[in-house]
Design a protein around this ligand. Structure first.
Ligand code: HEM
Length: 221
């Protein structure tokens, strides 16, 4: 209890929680993309993968609760830190333009909130199946057909693509920022981390866009 209190009670603690939860979410995105790329191997492969995951309820529910905790901690700490920063500096610096901060770093809270809104939509779409899933001949959920039917709708595909652009900017800055918070700030390391962050963001957002665009243009059907 006192550990939680000292972490949430101090801005350094909140920064550590934000960075730690963010790094674990980065890991989730890589694993999630690897699973999703099986769409390119066809319906049998993707559906078998989904079936395997769902046949292990302890694994699925453990991962879901863990993700919920991570997203919750990440969002609460980032919103609290943004509010604290604003309260500490109610009037913005006039020389804002001269401060070495990229657009991505200054808009992290907004790109993060749009990605969170996307996630709510995404869970309704592909986890809770708010519009009803496609079914296999045996009556189970056909994950492949559900994904393909979704991205064949231009408005849905367009929204996913827009979210990936925001996700790209969020991840690009998040990667190096998280390592810096954990103490990896060094004249030699920082430029390397920046490049790795750019590469990571390109792979994740690019991979997700490749899935959406391949369905949209009929390459995957
Ligand atoms: C084109 C990109 C994406 C595709 C095709 C995709 C596909 C899917 C599918 C099919 C599921 C349901 C899995 C199942 O129930 O068997 C799912 C769940 C999920 N996705 Fe995605 N996803 C994409 C992008 C993202 C992104 C960018 C995020 C995070 C920002 C994300 C976070 C999640 C989460 C948290 C779940 C819930 C896992 C669960 O069912 O417990 N996804 N996704």
């Amino acid at each position: 209890m006192s550990l939680l209190h000292s972490l949430f009670g101090h801005s350094v603690g909140k920064k550590l929680l934000m960075a730690g939860s963010g790094l674990l979410l980065l890991l989730f995105l890589a694993v999630h993309l690897m699973g999703n790329l099986q769409l390119f191997s066809g319906p049998e492969t993707l559906n078998a993968y989904a079936h395997f995951l769902h046949s292990k309820p302890a694994l699925v529910w453990g991962a879901r609760l863990g993700m919920l905790l991570l997203f919750g901690v990440h969002m609460v700490t980032s919103i609290l830190l943004t509010l604290e920063n604003r309260a500490a500096r109610p009037v913005p610096y006039h020389q804002e333009a001269t401060i070495k901060a990229t657009l991505a770093s200054r808009t992290m809270i907004w790109s993060g909130l749009v990605v969170a809104a996307f996630l709510v939509y995404h869970l309704l779409h592909l986890t809770l199946h708010a519009a009803g899933p496609a079914l296999t001949a045996e009556g189970g959920i056909d994950v492949y057909a559900t994904v393909v039917a979704g991205f064949q709708v231009p408005a849905i595909a367009g929204f996913y693509l827009l979210a990936q652009i925001l996700l790209f900017f969020h991840l690009m800055h998040a990667f190096q920022s998280a390592f810096q918070t954990l103490g990896w700030r060094h004249r030699r390391f920082t430029p390397v981390l920046e490049k790795l962050g750019l590469a990571y963001a390109l792979v994740i957002a690019g991979g997700n866009c490749a899935i959406v665009l391949s369905v949209w243009n009929g390459f995957v059907r």
